[in-house]
Design a protein around this ligand. Structure first.
Ligand code: ADP
Ligand code: MG
Length: 284
């Protein structure tokens, strides 16, 4: 099994804090997989993301125990500059991460800083524009764009460094539903092409069906890691107030009425199939 990211008994305390924010996290993320991380506000999701690309410990300082390995590399042993080639990062606020005067310049910025030849920079910019279908935005200034377009530019800029892992921290939380759906579709496509995607997200109705695994966090710890159907129908998901997809909520209500479907459904299609199968079993 090929592991892209491995977190081993990770503890982290921010400088000046008396309590650890991350408490003994263990995670395995397979290459090419789609992982969703969810959990209540303040549970440490953003802090964990900062560990994936070395912002913790290199930028934030603090006390770190345990290890984070990306493609077998211990993030504590490499500079954030080097790690940017392994892990791309996209944050909640697109405007905070866009600094250049045009979209094209924005995407070229990273590869240029790597000292790549002009031709290579150019071809990477084209590739990234194409992957996100934003060729038409190339000459626009990032501040002229909508939130959804800005997030696509942020993703394209991350991809231009050709990382094998893309981490996105609530990228849709400031987007309208249509833009959120579009961004989600772009992520699914990138994942289907082989990119390992780690997504912190609370709109699970939209993405849970595409996930290979769901990680539920609470108070700096991982409570559940596994199959999306199992994780989202767990007691923990309910207790943490995770926005469980509607079909799973219906599945649970049906259970109360003695209707036990073969498995928790993530989509309305799966729910319908489960019901038909149940009725077939119980007819006559
Ligand atoms: N730069 C920081 N310095 C000190 N404490 C921080 C910092 N960033 C986050 N925290 C604290 O760490 C905890 C987890 O925060 P965060 O990782 O942002 O959670 P989430 O993303 O799940 O909402 C919170 O108690 C928060 O106040
Ligand atoms: Mg956060």
């Amino acid at each position: 099994m090929d592991v892209a990211v491995e977190v081993e008994d990770l503890w982290f305390t921010y400088p000046g804090s008396t309590e650890p924010t991350l408490r003994g996290i263990n995670l395995r993320i397979e290459r090419g997989s789609f992982t969703i991380i969810a959990g209540p506000s303040g549970c440490g999701k953003t802090t964990l993301c900062r560990c994936f690309n070395g912002l913790i410990p290199h930028f934030y300082g603090g006390t770190l125990r345990g290890r984070v390995l990306v493609n077998g590399i211990d993030v504590a042993s490499r500079s954030t500059h080097e790690l940017a080639r392994e892990v791309g990062m996209v944050f909640q606020e697109p405007e905070d991460q866009l600094i250049c005067l045009s979209v094209e310049r924005e995407i070229a910025f990273g590869p240029e800083n790597l000292g790549l030849p002009t031709e290579e920079v150019k071809s990477r910019v084209e590739e990234a524009l194409k992957a996100l279908r934003i060729e038409h935005l190339r000459d626009k200034a990032p501040f002229e764009l909508s939130g959804g377009e800005q997030q696509k530019v942020a993703i394209a800029a991350a991809l231009a460094l050709k990382p094998s892992v893309l981490v996105l921290d609530e990228p849709t939380s400031n987007l309208d539903p249509v833009s959120a759906l579009e961004l989600t579709k772009a992520l699914i496509e990138l994942n289907e092409e082989g990119l390992t995607v780690i997504l912190v997200e609370h709109r699970l109705d939209l993405v849970a069906r595409y996930a290979d695994q769901v990680v539920l966090m609470d108070r700096g710890a991982v409570l559940v890691q596994g199959d999306p159907r199992e994780a989202l129908s767990s007691e923990e998901a309910l207790r943490l107030g995770v926005a469980v997809p509607k079909p799973i909520r219906l599945f649970k209500q049906l259970l109360v009425h003695g209707v036990k479907l073969a498995r928790p459904p993530l989509t309305s299609e799966e729910l319908a199939e489960g019901l038909v199968e149940f009725l077939g079993r119980h007819r006559g």
